[in-house]
Design a protein around this ligand. Structure first.
Ligand SMILES: [Zn+2]
Length: 454
């Protein structure tokens, strides 16, 4: 797969004394804090320099707003191929991402058919050009031993499911997991794991509410899965998806593993969800006590990554009874806005949010994003902390038409720049559909579309 070529200078050089294309001025999150700067952006859409700019390029001053790096969401399901157009696709999901301040999404392989070989990966990659408003990294599913090697040359990461989920009915046996991790290590790609061990799922009557669902897929299934994953081969770039408890976070931190928490596990609990099928999700929401402990750990900076696990379903399937509703909820548009509101309310340090939503996910994907630094792509947000709104599904852009965060306070980015060009202005999508498929710069056979700065 050859990603579309990004526009750049003929010789690929970026002379430092070159005049910038334009200048973004204001208080920006640079080197760990907000400070007044001028960000010079070059023709190729890279950050050229930060500081006082002498040249007379066009200048946009953001006033009382602040400039942040745009976010990377490690975990979305845009449901293509094989989904329902009324639920989600690259065209719709990528606009939600753009409006939510997310400039790169990691798209999961449990589509229909699942992405288990190179041909399927490349067929899926062909759906991106001309349709996606943001960049996309595609996960492959490494369940077919003979297809792994080829898949590793096209995919951007692997996703391993240890329990059955939408589109993945037969996860590997627990006894096969250590060998599988050994086989993945030399392939060089990051590996994200859905860490629930189904052997720890009790047999219970059909769930009537979120508390029943928590009992059916309890937190001990998560810790049992960690027993399978730790210790892992040292060379493997392993990441655990959607950690749901503070004790999982502590174990993963102690082991030095990358992991993510979702806005729903940080903000919603079985107490708030009650019997609302919109809040049914895998792994389940936990008790209010567990949620509060995970959120406190997140606010202390002890959870490296934030990810949405954006997983929409047809609205009619999420308004019937709890037992029959599929698991998953949309979230790519509301992830950053919900947590920006927590920054404003004072419980979450801005530095923690930027690290978890922008910097660390971009590092894990091997992309020159997530920091306001010379040589990085000028994928930037302008956030006005005075522009508070309440989330209403009818004002969101997900075709599935529901959210589990109805009525929650949020701060949506006012502006979003991708490669120095506006894709969101005044909270409206104004961009082009020129998102590309990216792979980590450290992946084998990768000729990065956008090389990392030195
Ligand atoms: Zn997921």
């Amino acid at each position: 797969m050859v990603p579309p070529v990004r526009r750049r200078r003929d010789d690929g050089s970026r002379p430092v004394d070159d005049a910038p294309a334009w200048i973004l001025a204001g208080r920006a999150f640079v080197r760990g804090q907000l400070q007044p700067v001028e960000i010079a952006i070059d023709e190729a859409g890279r950050i050229q320099s930060i500081g006082k700019v002498r040249a007379g390029a066009p200048r946009h001053d953001v006033g009382d707003a602040v400039i942040l790096p745009a976010a990377t969401d490690l975990h979305v399901h845009f449901r293509e191929p094989g989904g329902h157009a009324t639920v989600e696709n690259f065209a719709s999901g990528s606009v939600e991402a753009a409006l939510g301040g997310v400039t790169l999404v990691g798209e999961m392989p449990n589509t229909s058919p699942p992405v288990t070989d190179r041909e399927r990966l490349e067929a899926k990659a062909a759906l991106v050009p001309g349709r996606s408003a943001v960049d996309v990294l595609l996960y492959g599913s490494p369940v077919l031993p003979r297809a792994r090697e080829g898949l590793s040359r096209s995919a951007g990461a692997f996703k391993l499911y240890l329990s059955p989920t939408t589109g993945i009915e037969e996860p590997p046996a627990a006894s096969a997991v250590p060998e599988l991790l050994e086989a993945l290590a030399p392939l060089g790609l990051p590996v994200s794991v859905h860490a629930e061990d189904p052997r720890a799922f009790p047999t219970l009557p059909p769930p009537e509410d979120a508390r029943d669902w928590d009992a059916a897929r309890p937190a001990r299934a998560e810790s049992a899965a960690l027993d399978l994953l730790l210790p892992r081969p040292p060379a493997l770039r392993l990441h655990v998806a959607h950690a749901t408890t503070a004790s999982t976070a502590r174990r993963l931190r102690d082991a030095g593993l990358s992991f993510e928490a979702t806005p729903h596990h940080l903000l919603l609990s079985t107490a708030s969800a009650r019997s609302d099928p919109r809040s049914k999700v895998n792994p389940p929401l936990r008790s209010e006590e567990e949620r509060a402990a995970l959120y406190a750990a997140f606010c202390r900076g002890e959870v490296p990554c934030l990810a949405s696990d954006h997983a929409p379903h047809p609205p009619e399937s999420k308004t019937t009874d709890f037992a029959r509703a599929p698991s998953g909820m949309p979230g790519v548009e509301t992830m950053v806005p919900l947590l920006l509101a927590r920054v404003r309310s004072g419980d979450l340090p801005l530095s923690v949010l930027v690290a978890a939503a922008c910097d660390r996910p971009a590092r894990w994907f091997g992309q020159p994003l997530g920091r306001i630094a010379p040589g990085h792509r000028a994928n930037l947000l302008v956030v006005d902390f005075q522009r508070r709104t309440r989330i209403e599904a009818r004002h969101l852009h997900a075709p599935c038409g529901f959210t589990a965060f109805e009525g929650w306070e949020a701060i949506f980015p006012r502006e979003h720049y991708r490669d120095g060009r506006a894709i969101v202005e005044d909270g409206e999508f104004v961009g082009a559909r020129n998102g590309i498929v990216v792979r980590p710069e450290f992946a084998r056979g990768s000729s990065p579309a956008v090389p990392m700065p030195e």
